[in-house]
Design a protein. Structure first.
Lengths: 532, 198
């Protein structure tokens, strides 16, 4: 009998993948996608079946390893936040050219409104760019159900499938009906044939084959789109993924038909059908105006299409029931106004966090160098940009601290300091450090090592206990690899070492190592519980 | 019947365990449920909220539309006031009264009180003091849930008690008993505050 479970959107995807006969999940933690891999890691089936689930160094290594598993005939899932797709774009786009063997589902969790991100890029553009099918569930039940369909379709079409979530669905729980049947894993059956060798002559043929599949992709998406009759006349609504819920929540009276889209390419025939029975169309989609632009182009300049581009919906930020209701002409009925005395409460570094000691030491030393610049990176320590520290001057993308510090030093910046976390360093900092060493750039690199990927909740960090060896191997001179313990009592020692290494003309690395107090607290509580 | 609840507090205060108990009770009662949570960066001492929707019919939006929430359950008074636009005219605010001050421009207590008193239906109690007095320092959030129990309505206090039993079962009988005691304490505290006015 089907069982009801209360699952996050992320967990519904994870369970759906396990039930679809998954053999391996490959991922780097990133909000809002992290809980998918964590759920798989914890699930009893993972141990029972020997499903591969450890964290990867970054999204590119994850994508390539998943492609290798697919090559061998097995079903693989790759999970990342939207900007992770930038990191693995090379492998992702080319996986559409090689094609796949075992089902390959690439999950990208977009973060409209940038709750925990640097931009609100819409992953659907990547799917269209790579010319692969895109799935976008509207709720937790669909998230569960569509994963198996995505794997099936990946194997039928021999293409990777892009599976798009948004924060609101990833991090919202609902009751999901879960069936009894769990699909067996695929057998090990490596691919035959030379189409995996993307030499130009073969790649050209494969590209033609990919183009040849587009009609099939469209037909599949067309089958999945549903056109639902609503009471009114005039306005037709196209709602993509989670947007359909907000439209239904508003219970709009004036809408003629609702076209719910959960697959792409966009279902052109259904859109024409909708256009024929409506006199104008509103496109409601979370993220960027991906569908709106295409719908407006299909229907031509004379047909009125509205959405984020025309200002009917806000151009940026995630959708919510209020903005969608307003776009459908519903006037909100508010009793209470916002209270001006309520102050904003931004996040802050935890009390007792080692990053605090790193920034305290940096601020002390850099007060002696008015022109100093500190290039920051992605993690909890980005909060060093806010009061009381306000130490860092930049935060752009994973690993950019080192390479930007190097580029600035090339331009004459001194002191040029980079601050990066341990997990971000192994994700994308190491190769930049190699450039700096090869150029003998005059930079001081601080690796603030808290032995975990803290920002996303304390996942394993790929390089733990190997940072001195890694830096030495990359070619940093051993006497300029310094290790300190960031705690208040060590401030004099840390500031002395900082001054020395700033003075050294070349690449120096200071590893400030102390365990994250969140993971330490959890560990101690667990030990206490086991003893007691 | 439906119940739209906003849970709010400061990252680390344990609003998600309140949501877990209500969610467990709702699933056992066969209700539909949606619960939008906040994960990631804002958990580090910033403001956090969760939209919890319960209904005997399917629920569409994960988020509660403004002007439609029935109840705010807050671990902190300023965090209760942050979401008042979501409330309908007859809605309730059930909040801990003790401020969590981790920002320089936190409003003074008179300002907080004035703002809170402007609402018709408020239950505000010092849950930490109540929990400490009863030697249950770790169960302040269950005191708060107890205070809110009669306003959750779509679930009975007994259904919530049973859910506490299941949610905390793996932590042992003692933890279950403590949390049930805290829940009952909260129910009594809520009643006591209403009595002088009646």
């Amino acid at each position: 009998m089907p069982e009801k479970k209360l699952l996050l959107g992320d967990e519904a995807v994870a369970l759906g993948a396990l039930y679809a006969g998954l053999s391996g999940v490959y991922a780097y933690p990133g909000t809002p996608s992290t809980e998918i891999t964590e759920f798989i890691q914890r699930h009893p089936l993972t141990r029972k079946r020997g499903i591969r689930s450890r964290w990867c160094a970054n999204e590119k290594t994850a994508m390539e390893a998943a492609l290798g598993m697919s090559y061998s005939g097995k079903r693989a899932l790759v999970c990342m936040k939207h900007v992770g797709l930038n990191v693995c774009a090379d492998a992702f786009v080319n996986a559409a050219i090689t094609g796949v063997n075992g089902g390959l589902v690439v999950l990208a969790a977009d973060d409209p409104s940038m709750h925990s991100s640097q931009n609100e890029q819409d992953s659907r553009f990547y799917g269209k760019f790579a010319m692969v099918p895109i799935f976008e569930p509207s709720n937790q039940q669909e998230a569960f159900d569509l994963v198996e369909e995505a794997f099936d379709q990946s194997e039928t079409l021999k293409l990777p499938v892009l599976f798009r979530l948004v924060t609101r669905l990833a991090h919202s729980r609902a009751d999901v009906s879960v069936p009894d049947a769990i699909r067996e894993m695929n057998p090990f059956r490596p691919e035959e044939g030379r189409h995996w060798i993307l030499l130009p002559a073969i790649a050209r043929k494969q590209y033609q084959a990919l183009l040849g599949k587009q009609g099939q992709l469209e037909a599949e998406a067309e089958k999945a789109a549903s056109l639902e009759k609503i009471d009114g006349k005039g306005l037709g609504v196209i709602a993509c993924g989670i947007a359909a819920n907000y439209v239904k929540e508003a219970a709009p009276k004036g809408v003629s038909f609702l076209l719910k889209v959960t697959r792409y390419p966009l279902p052109r025939n259904k859109i024409r059908e909708l256009a024929a029975v409506s006199d104008r169309i509103l496109v409601v989609e979370d993220g960027q105006p991906f569908a709106e632009e295409q719908v407006a182009a299909f229907l031509g300049a004379d047909y009125p299409v509205e959405g984020r581009l025309t200002g009917r919906l806000p151009r940026t930020g995630e959708l919510n029931p209020d903005v969608v209701a307003a776009a459908l002409g519903k006037i909100p009925n508010l009793t209470f106004e916002a209270i001006p005395d309520v102050a904003s409460r931004p996040p802050a570094l935890c009390k007792g966090c080692g990053h605090r000691d790193v920034y305290k030491a940096l601020n002390d030393v850099l007060s002696e160098y008015p022109g100093a610049r500190v290039f920051g990176d992605i993690g909890c320590y980005t909060l060093g940009a806010l009061p009381p520290y306000q130490t860092i001057h930049t935060c752009v993308d994973m690993g950019a601290s080192i390479t930007m510090a190097k580029g600035a030093a090339d331009a004459g910046q001194f002191p040029s300091i980079a601050v990066i976390g341990d997990s971000t360093f192994t994700h994308s900092g190491m190769t930049g450090l190699l450039d700096a060493v090869n150029d003998r750039a005059n930079i001081t690199l601080l690796i603030s090592d808290n032995l975990t990927t803290a920002m996303t909740g304390g996942q394993d960090s790929a390089g733990t206990n190997r940072f001195e060896a890694i830096c030495k191997g990359i070619g940093v001179e051993p006497e300029h690899i310094r290790v300190v313990v960031p705690q208040p009592a060590n401030l004099p020692e840390i500031t002395r070492i900082l001054r020395d290494e700033i003075h050294y003309n070349g690449v120096s690395v200071i590893i400030a190592r102390r365990e994250c107090i969140q993971t330490l607290g959890r560990k101690l509580r667990k030990q206490k519980a086991e003893k007691g | 019947m439906k119940k739209d609840i906003i849970l709010s507090g400061v990252g680390g205060q344990g609003i998600l365990s309140i949501a877990t108990v209500i969610g467990e009770a709702a699933i056992a009662a066969g209700l539909h449920l949606k619960q939008a949570e906040v994960h990631g960066m804002s958990q580090r001492g910033g403001d956090v909220q969760s939209h919890l929707r319960l209904s005997d019919k399917p629920i569409f939006s994960d988020l509660i539309p403004r002007g439609q929430a029935d109840l705010i359950i807050a671990m902190e008074p300023m965090e209760a006031l942050r979401y008042v636009q979501y409330l309908h005219p007859n809605a309730w605010i059930v909040t801990a009264s003790e401020p969590f001050v981790n920002i320089p421009n936190y409003p003074d207590s008179a300002t907080l009180k004035k703002n809170l008193d402007a609402f018709p239906n408020v239950v505000s109690r010092n849950i930490e003091a109540l929990a400490k007095e009863a030697s249950l320092p770790k169960s302040a959030n269950m005191v708060l849930l107890g205070m809110a129990a009669s306003h959750i309505a779509i679930l009975t206090p007994e259904q919530l008690r049973a859910a506490i039993g299941r949610v905390f079962a793996r932590k042992g009988e003692r933890v279950v008993a403590d949390n049930l005691k805290a829940f009952d304490l909260g129910r009594d505290a809520a009643r006591q505050e209403i009595e002088p006015e009646s």
